[in-house]
Design a protein around this ligand. Structure first.
Ligand SMILES: [Fe+2]
Ligand SMILES: [Fe+2]
Length: 282
């Protein structure tokens, strides 16, 4: 059984680099039994045009069950006068139905004896390292000064979770993820857009990283993997490759970036499984 894992494509129909990336993906050789999109799949656009082009093209090339979770860039509701909550719970479930992509935030993709389970994940500041010059006030404001420059984390500006704070959103998503793990009918392969432990961040330390890493995920996801994880968990979001073990689960940050396409092929044959990672500089 061959499964294709694609993260952080950030597809934009009018961007030549993005088009080239999609062409390369459609030319990946061989047949697949499933395709998983791990979030930040396409940039938000009017009537989700970027998503529609991406989903349609993938569906025509890969004649297999397809599924997806979304990423933070797909939740920037303030850019289009819609809340992040509605994007996550209404807009993207509907898009999934329209294009026959299983939306893993609402249900698992079960194929043969494998269950794919996923969540966007979000962040809850559990990665904030004390004494590194970044405060919770900086994080809640979404801006930080370093090297004479102001850096901004746009999730804090463009996400709108209605009456919920980030900790609540994250806890709610992760507890629903646990419930879906419990309903798995087969071997568990899980995915999250944000990372489950800071060890999956993939960047070396710097003042800017101490700020940005606090938005990269949540230990709640790592705790779930420690207790109930399957053989593999895939994540993305930081655009830097990393690999670590959490409990008995091998966790792989695919590390795909705007100008570097990275993807993984997960091959499962009975009890044997392996992951091949590929990197194409655009
Ligand atoms: Fe991304
Ligand atoms: Fe992301």
């Amino acid at each position: 059984m061959r499964n294709l894992m694609l993260f952080d494509l950030h597809y934009q129909h009018n961007n030549p680099l993005s088009k080239k990336k999609l062409e390369i993906i459609t030319e990946i050789e061989g047949n697949f039994d499933s395709l998983i999109l791990g979030g930040d799949n396409a940039e938000l656009s009017s009537d989700l045009q970027n998503h529609r082009v991406l989903f349609d093209r993938l569906k025509r090339r890969f004649e297999c069950p397809t599924s997806f979770i979304i990423g933070n860039h797909e939740l920037w509701g303030r850019l289009g006068n819609i809340s992040s909550w509605r994007l996550l719970n209404e807009t993207f479930p509907n898009l999934g139905k329209e294009y026959n992509f299983t939306y893993l935030e609402k249900g698992n993709l079960d194929i043969k004896d494998i269950s794919f389970i996923g969540t966007y994940g979000h962040f809850d500041y559990s990665f904030l390292r004390q004494d590194r010059g970044v405060s919770i006030e900086d994080l809640l404001r979404g801006t930080f000064f370093t090297d004479g420059k102001k850096i901004t984390w746009k999730d804090r500006l463009y996400m709108d979770w209605e009456d919920k704070d980030d900790e609540e959103v994250c806890a709610e998503l992760v507890s629903a993820f646990v419930e879906r793990i419990k309903t798995a009918t087969g071997k568990i392969i899980s995915v999250s857009h944000t990372i489950p432990r800071l060890s999956l961040n993939g960047w070396s330390d710097s003042p800017a990283q101490h700020f940005m890493e606090a938005y990269s995920g949540s230990n709640l996801i790592g705790d779930v993997l420690e207790a109930d994880g399957g053989e593999y968990h895939f994540c993305g979001h930081t655009h830097a490759k990393a690999r670590a073990e959490i409990g008995k689960t091998i966790v792989i940050n695919i590390g795909s970036d705007y100008n570097v396409l990275r993807y993984a092929i997960l091959q499962i044959d009975g009890e044997k499984s392996m992951v091949k990672e590929r990197e194409i500089i655009l």
